[in-house]
Design a protein around this ligand. Structure first.
Ligand code: NDP
Length: 607
């Protein structure tokens, strides 16, 4: 049996599983049976590695130094540079590509070395005290991994050379820039970011979603508006076209969007930085949603005072729906077309499969912007969430009108109050949205445009819409029950989200420093006590409890008011699975350890 090459206590370089990244690790022991070394990373992560994934520090450094000096000697030769530039464009591109491939590989090694050194220092200092740097390192590591994969997989030499400039390999900056432009112009869409892991059933699945989701919401609205809202009485014929379309309504929806755009551009509210992007940079966002909500409330108040009849929204609800649907679809097409000009750095990891229908649905570009106006961030909150509150209020007025009430019913007040609390809370904590999966991971395509502009304002209002024609008296006991349920749900939802946000911002924050954590190799830690030790997505649990409390005031005569609850459970269970997959990729064994300690995802003891 071969003897172990490395001994317990040796400091060596260990490859991070599934990548080409080497970190400094200490050998703990060697299992002669499995021929695996147990090594410990600087952040405390223990892994078992094969001998081929371990190299001594001296050999590793020599390898990097050799590749560096090769890179320098090549790049210092002005003759080579001149020669390649004087050739015909076709030949230049080929030569330049292969040269670039080599130089690129070498540069990646340099980046690896440059980036790995501070990682070690950071951990030695205090792994928890510099969250931003760690996040930056994590992003940089991903960029390096992506570039490394790119250089391995591509023969055509289409590379993003931005990092070469950072490394200053001795070429004049102008030449460097020209080369960068030349190579980038050869590759409008880098294949390196190709999405291979398709979600939602791939192309067929998303095609069905694009067709069926709008029809399902239309069916829901038709049923909700009918006297008999039972599923059995679903009309088999579609309503006449004129009941689905009205140009004036379309104009109102456009005006609403424009009004919200103007409010979002008002220069008040703080400017904050989002999460680091693939290239390590961050985007700036203006946080003034709460102010926008207050100004919208004032505008609506003035309109009602001027005797504007808001119950118009109720009587034209289907037309509002089709107008919003048309706008969301047109916006998705615009986003899809514009994404052709997006650079490698700007693409979303999940929406670049090369299949048009899939990418249209998932969204190709991560943060599409017109100058500083971030379209996704705007749509996530403003028109949909404020529209939701406005529609609810319109339904409250419509209920009073249709049922000749002097005051709105208790059920309607509860639904309006609960949902208003949720929306106000969202705007109050607007900054926290920047860490959400939608912003950090998902591209902006039909999925989010439909969800933000159509699904949220037209399905989460279905309880209020239902109550206009289906009064439901509530006993004091029932009122107390639903208020308590909403309170508990809100407490869990808010506390969990705030804890995670505070922890990600600064783990030493006194508000969260008492929580038990599991370190991960990326430098970030995972909370394993408190709410995040109860289930792995306590915020989803809170959200679902609240959603249940929004439906209960509608009673149990029909299933329709529970549509948003059924949908939310489906969405969050699916979302949980997506997040689980991503976290497993990001955190490896640390995530497994976390999930061992916290086995349930959303519902303790059930799921
Ligand atoms: P989360 O806010 O739960 O974010 C998930 C991320 O949190 C993970 O990727 C990981 O990212 C981090 N994380 C996971 N576990 C831990 C842990 N133990 N300790 C520290 N960090 C951890 O998910 P979403 O973005 O999906 O949801 C945000 C909110 O929006 C939720 O409250 C959700 O209910 C709500 N929502 C509501 C919807 C609705 O229609 N009502 C729809 C969608 C969402 P990392 O480690 O990289 O920080």
């Amino acid at each position: 049996m071969p003897a172990a090459r490395f001994q317990s206590g040796d400091s060596v370089m260990g490859r991070w599983p599934g990548s080409n990244l080497y970190y400094e690790v200490k050998v703990r022991n060697y299992d002669a049976k499995t021929r695996l070394y147990t090594v410990i990373y600087k952040d405390g992560t223990e892994l078992e590695l094969k001998e081929s994934d371990i190299t001594s520090q001296t050999v590793f450094k020599q390898g990097v130094t050799r590749s560096r000096s090769r890179s320098r000697s090549r790049s210092r030769s002005p003759a080579r540079t001149r020669r390649s530039r004087s050739r015909s464009p076709a030949r230049t591109s080929r030569r330049s590509s292969s040269r670039t491939t080599e130089a690129h590989r070498e540069n990646i090694k340099e980046v690896l070395e440059v980036r790995l050194t501070p990682v070690a220092v950071q951990h030695e200092n205090n792994s928890n005290s510099k969250p931003e740097k760690k996040e930056e390192k994590n992003t940089a590591t991903k960029v390096i991994e992506k570039l490394e994969t790119e250089s391995e997989n591509q023969a055509s030499g289409r590379y993003n050379l931005r990092r070469r400039k950072d490394l200053c390999d001795g070429k004049p900056a102008e030449l460097e820039k020209k080369e960068e432009e030349l190579v980038l112009s050869q590759s409008k869409l880098p294949a390196a970011i190709k999405t291979t892991d398709l979600e939602f059933g791939g192309r067929v699945g998303v095609f069905l979603l694009i067709v069926l989701l709008p029809l399902a919401v239309l069916a829901l609205l038709i049923l909700c508006g009918q006297k008999d809202a039972s599923l059995k009485s679903f009309p088999l014929e579609l309503p006449p076209l004129q009941s689905l379309w009205d140009c004036q309504v379309f104009g109102i929806v456009l005006l609403w969007l424009l009004f919200q755009v103007v409010l979002s551009l008002l220069p008040f509210g703080k400017l904050v930085e989002g999460m680091p992007l693939k290239n390590g940079k961050t985007l700036k966002y203006r946080i003034n949603g709460f102010g926008g909500l207050v100004l919208t409330a004032v505008a609506v108040g003035v309109a009602v005072y001027q005797e504007m009849d808001l119950s118009y929204i109720h009587t034209h609800f289907l037309q509002f729906y089709t107008s919003a649907l048309l706008i969301a679809t047109l916006l998705s097409i615009y986003l899809f077309v514009c994404s052709r000009w997006a650079s490698y750095d700007e693409l979303a990891p999940g929406g670049n499969s090369g299949y048009r229908v899939y990418d249209f649905f998932m969204g190709r570009e991560l943060n599409p912007r017109i100058k500083n106006f971030d379209i996704k961030f705007f749509c996530e909150m403003r028109p949909g969430l404020m529209g939701w509150v406005l529609i609810n209020f319109a339904m409250l007025l419509a209920e009073m009108k249709h049922q000749n009430l002097e005051n709105p019913s208790t059920a309607m007040l509860l639904v309006n109050g609960f949902q208003l609390l949720w929306v106000v809370d969202c705007f109050w904590h607007e900054e926290k949205l920047l860490t959400m999966m939608d912003i950090v991971y998902d591209g902006f395509g039909f999925m989010l445009a439909f969800e933000d502009l159509v699904f949220v304002p037209f399905t989460f209002t279905c309880q209020a819409y239902y109550l206009v024609n289906h009064p439901n008296d509530l006993s004091v006991f029932w009122i107390a029950t639903v208020i308590t349920m909403n309170g508990i749900g809100y407490y869990i939802f808010r506390k969990a989200n705030s804890q995670k946000f505070a922890f990600r911002k600064n783990p030493s924050d006194p508000a969260v420093s008492h929580l038990k954590t599991i370190p991960t190799a990326t430098g970030k830690s995972l909370i394993v006590s408190g709410l995040w030790g109860f289930v792995s997505h306590p915020n989803y649990l809170g959200d679902i409890l609240m959603c249940l409390a929004w439906s209960l005031p509608c009673g149990f005569k029909h299933l329709i008011p529970y549509f948003s609850l059924i949908y939310l459970i489906t969405l969050l269970v699916h979302r949980n699975a997506r997040d689980e997959r991503q976290c497993r990729k990001k955190y490896g064994s640390a995530w497994e350890e976390y999930r061992k300690a916290v086995p349930y995802c959303i519902f303790p003891g059930i799921y």
